[in-house]
Ligand binder design. Sequence first.
Ligand code: TRP
Length: 325
Amino acid sequence: MAARVFSGIQPTGTLHIGNYFGAIRNWAALQAQRDCVYCIVDYHAITIDVDPQALRKASRSMALDLVACGIDPDRSILFVQSAVPEHAELAWILGCVTSYGDLTRMTQFKDKSASNAFVSAGLFNYPVLQAADILLYRATGVPVGEDQVQHLELSRRIARRFNSRFGEYFPEPEPIVGKGARIMSLSDPTQKMSKSAGEAHYIGVMEDEASIQRKVRSAVTDTGLTPGEEMSPGVANLFEILELSADPDTVSALRGEFESGTLMYSRLKDAVFEHLMAVLRPIQARRAKLEAEGAIEGILTDGAKKACAIARETMADVRRMAGLA
Ligand code: TRP
């Protein structure tokens, strides 16, 4: 069987540039070399309180974003997780070969449970469902941001434990961590870019140009450094974004200015804005076109059908191996 790639993203409404440069761009690139399965993980989304109406809309919207970002439904399988209920079935079985102690050590669970008043068992089992996502397709490569490396390590442990209890079956999935996995918030560059911190902290891939310009211009920098002093986190973050969107010559010219102490941050910000928009404009145009064509439902139905075919095969094997009907 061909080495397969699997990855998932939560339907959070819209992608930000941290998602794009840290993960999705890598997802798109991998399509040239591998069979790819990409999933919008709505079962994961309901581990915390979300409005059902908003969730359904967000899943469709995320699908549009992904196709606009280069996920090609003719080459890859793109689908919504809940359209393939085998994910939930496998998660139950894998939960029975997952160590409770391992789950208590997941840092993402610790973070999320600290900030929610109600902590669901679903939130605790989140990494088991993630393992099920990957193993259902017997994927060997998983492109993720570096914050998911711990979950991947657990997925491997779960695969190993399944194999030793029921027989050698699942390959152990390896993370594929792309560069640019760490874009920070614009207004607090000591924390990772995320939507949950609020509008000012992130740049949406589909955000309008004027708004992006405003955010880049008001990004936190510093009040000037003496030559030789280390770059402040905000400036380093702007360089990071520049590096991900501009050609090496542009980056090294501005880096040179920084090092000689002549760099005006307003110039750096203008360059960041200009090069970032050169990346985002074609994506935004593709999304508008796709939405107008109204093809996304068909794409997702087709993707779910292909995903189901693989999932059914895996589950028939797993049920047999585990002594289930
Ligand atoms: N937990 C991942 C995240 O928050 C999303 C995800 C769910 C995922 N299932 C997956 C990623 C399977 C990779 C593989 O980013």
